[in-house]
Design a protein around this ligand. Structure first.
Ligand code: PLP
Length: 381
């Protein structure tokens, strides 16, 4: 079934699978043990850390392997809250992932300076300039999981450096899709391997070199003392290999993928009248389309397209099961009624043009059928 929910998670890539299996067969020893076979595992761990650092443009010592983005952001904000003291306020973008929002609320309570976006999902620069100075940190993601909207994270890095405010950048959706270089200039950056073909439960946090006392969790001396617990070497190596693969692919394929997505948007636009591509005017991830449908609740579209062989989503997979309505769309100025009609479509590197066009065809076929049943529902009522 063509899978269009890569922003929720990606299938395990064959490269990741091979690396994972080989590492578990050949280097299953504990990297902290003292015999030679363990030292070989340790060497691989060190090498993976060096590669990760190089892709991000960070120092090796600044990379802490974690279980993923949620753990990373909680650990980062807990550290920042403890450093900044009980009165400190943090500046947080309203369209962050719920993992980030809940970490901000947990560690800073109501001491949050909210940063608003415009209707396309881009951070309002003047407000950021006003609210950043003196904050314990500025938290703005690289790219949004629901709409694909890209934030000006390089400019934000510069602003934060100028203002001497730590910048926390959620790169979970950026990594594996667009070049990682430069993300290491943000003080704190994090991501999850399963968003780009690696196993679930592995990720990283880039910390600033100055955070020598940072501890995600106490335990052994693993991760340079920053995170206790035996490392999952196989998954870490798989994640770094997948990042390497994406770094090579993107040069060749990104613009082609963007063309395919545009073709999809145009085809759906002419087949279903009144459909809106959210954030159409701004830079978005090449793989993501957020569609505001003219009619039909998102669940009905999802069920219909599922039966036709396509897996798509509404907002963020992690949020949709509990959230009444997307906080991201609300922050962008969409009403609850509109948010109910929004669909998220997110492709992967393996998605072909035929898959996109097949999905567009399914939309064209489903639209009149859904409209008809919706009208008959209305008549029944
Ligand atoms: N941040 C973003 C932008 C995400 O899309 C996600 C997952 O959907 C997360 C954070 C949380 O990642 P994980 O569930 O892997 O910890």
């Amino acid at each position: 079934m063509p899978y269009f929910d890569h922003n929720a998670t990606t299938p395990l890539a064959s490269t990741a699978r091979e690396v994972w299996l080989r590492t578990n067969e050949e280097h299953w020893q504990n990297p902290s043990s003292l015999y030679r076979d363990a030292a070989k595992a340790r060497l691989r761990l060190d090498h993976a850390r060096a590669r990760m650092a190089e892709y991000l443009g960070a120092a090796e010592k600044e990379i802490v392997f974690t279980s993923g983005a949620t753990e990373s952001v909680h650990a980062a904000l807990a550290h920042l809250a403890a450093q900044a003291g009980p009165a400190a306020e943090i500046a947080v973008n309203r369209t962050e992932h719920s993992a980030v929002l809940s970490a901000a609320r947990r560690w800073f309570g109501s001491r949050i300076r909210w940063l608003n976006t415009d209707r396309r999902g881009v951070i309002q620069w003047n407000e950021l300039e006003q609210k950043a100075p003196g904050a314990a940190a500025v938290v703005v993601m690289a790219a949004n999981n629901e709409t694909g909207t890209i934030q000006p994270w390089e400019k934000i890095t510069e602003l934060c450096q100028r203002e001497r405010v730590p910048y926390v950048c959620d790169a979970a959706q950026w990594l594996g899709k667009l070049p990682a270089g430069g993300l290491g200039d943000a003080d704190w950056t994090f991501g999850s391997g399963h968003k780009f073909g690696a196993p679930k439960g592995t990720g990283f946090l880039k910390i600033p070199a100055s955070a020598r006392n940072f501890s995600a969790q106490p335990g052994g001396a693993q991760e340079n003392g920053h995170r206790g617990g035996t490392e999952d070497l196989a998954s870490i190596l798989a994640m770094v290999e997948m990042l390497a693969e994406a770094e090579h692919r993107k040069v060749l394929l990104e613009s082609e993928r963007l063309t395919w997505r545009t073709q999809f948007e145009q085809t759906v636009g002419s087949a279903v009248s009144g459909v809106e591509v959210i954030g159409a005017e701004v830079d978005r991830l090449w793989n993501t389309v957020s569609l505001l449908m003219p009619h039909g609740a998102s669940q009905r579209w999802i069920a219909k397209l599922d039966k036709m062989g396509f897996a798509i989503s509404n907002g963020s997979a992690c949020a949709t099961r509990k959230e009444e309505s997307s906080h991201v769309l609300a922050a962008m100025g969409y009403s609850a009624d509109q948010a109910r009609r929004v669909l998220r479509i997110s492709s992967g590197w393996e998605t072909r043009l035929d898959d996109w066009l097949g999905l567009a065809g399914a939309f064209a076929k489903a639209a009149p059928e859904l409209a008809a049943t919706e009208n008959s529902d209305v008549i029944k009522v």
